[in-house]
Design a protein around this ligand. Sequence first.
Ligand code: FAD
Length: 480
Amino acid sequence: MKNPSSIVWFRRDLRTADNPALAAARLAGRPVIAVYIHDKKGFFAIGGAQKWFLHYALEALRKSLDGLGIPLVLRRGRAEEILPLLVEESGAAAAYWNRRYAAEEIATDQTIKASLTGNRVEASSFNGALLREPWEIGTKAGGPYRVFTPFWNALRGIGPGRREVAAPEPQAAPASQICSDDLDDWALIPQSPDWAVEFRDCWRPGAAGAAAALDRFLDDPVNRYGEDRNRPDKEGTSRLSPHLALGTISALQVWNATRTATAAGGIAEREGTKFLSEIAWREFAYHLLYHNPAMPTEPLRADFRTFPWRDDEASFRAWTRGQTGVPIVDAGMRELWRTGWMHNRVRMIVASFLVKNLLIPWQKGERWFWDTLVDADPANNAASWQWVAGCGADAAPYFRIFNPVLQGQRFDPDGAYVRAFVPEIAALPNGCIHAPWNAPERALDAAGVRPGDTYPLPIADLEQSRNRALSAYEEMKAAA
Ligand code: FAD
């Protein structure tokens, strides 16, 4: 073949700027063909809510690539089969991609790399997702970190491991044309019923949407981040998570923009650093995932393998539907269903309620989140669930069990968040919005609330279920 092309395989890096694989492919000088493979099998196959985001992120990516003269080829199936096939069809001499870090993803990439290089096709991978590769940061003893603060200190000390790269210059279209699936045929967007109606008001998938979200956040909210990040009733966080999860923006772009704005005096040093430390939690989650390949399914603390979990489908179902009778939990679960996202403070509360008050295994919650979050992320989701369950690295001590009523009163003091998502109790006064079961008769009547009828009674008594969780923990420790 006279002018062989290069394939760039896009995965969770759906952007043209700061995309090291794409930049390297263009630098190599061959015409570039972009590929996205929709693999519906495997533990990390994109979940329901994220499919919605993926659809529009791919549309936006296609537009950006069009402007660069790079065709985007869409295919469905197992990447191990599809990618070598596409290389053959297109006569590509090289394939480029940005690395992934879950064990099964690494195994897939290694298989493909071996198959390509065996056929004399160059295969190169890059770091496009993280500030530092998981193996670039280690303790003094040379091992991986298990505690966040020293990890963060080490990361801050050395800083990002690469420079941001610009989007490539446009190219002349490649000679070989290979056919692509039609994105609409993938049916990523729900039809009947369209449960994602409200997603449109919340999200703007694609790199331009990510840049706008970052600008909005750095323009003002970042300066109250330390305080407001815990308030689900405020827009106090960046809402960059779905963009970071599908790579419509890179962690390095976020890092650099924040540092630049801080250096220019637009952001208070303390607030900017606090925000970057959250970006570092994401790095830490990837560090943990890479060094603990079983993290998505097995507790990092081995003693938790014998934890006496309960099998309680009815309670799990009530939890997923936001019908537990505990307002802040129900508000969170309904926010998740309606918008594909939930505030971090509330994620901690609903997760604690599931694994501690209901004693339902964290893996069930993790899977539900995987399917319902637009920001579902292989590392963040698993690490966070383990953190809440007390079985993860640097986890919250098990006996620190969130009281959802006190959490609600503290972080949603006027009940605005609960009212937004649990309208059936919206007319209750602030004093009882987080615990309607304690509301005086008069207040209930005036608000038209009939506990157990218009709104459920709590499916678990908070005090009793807390004691039951502590006993379960003692039982586990005694068995260890
Ligand atoms: P900001 O506060 O603006 O933070 C900026 C970015 O930093 C986030 O987008 C995220 O990439 C990262 N970040 C922030 N907090 C954390 C954290 N605690 N751990 C790791 N990274 C963090 N986050 C996901 O991206 N995907 C998930 O699947 C996910 N599952 C979670 C499950 C549970 C049970 C819990 C408690 C948390 C989970 N998180 C997950 C972490 C966190 O809730 C979200 O990252 C955050 O709410 C996203 O909102 P934001 O972008 O406005 O965050």
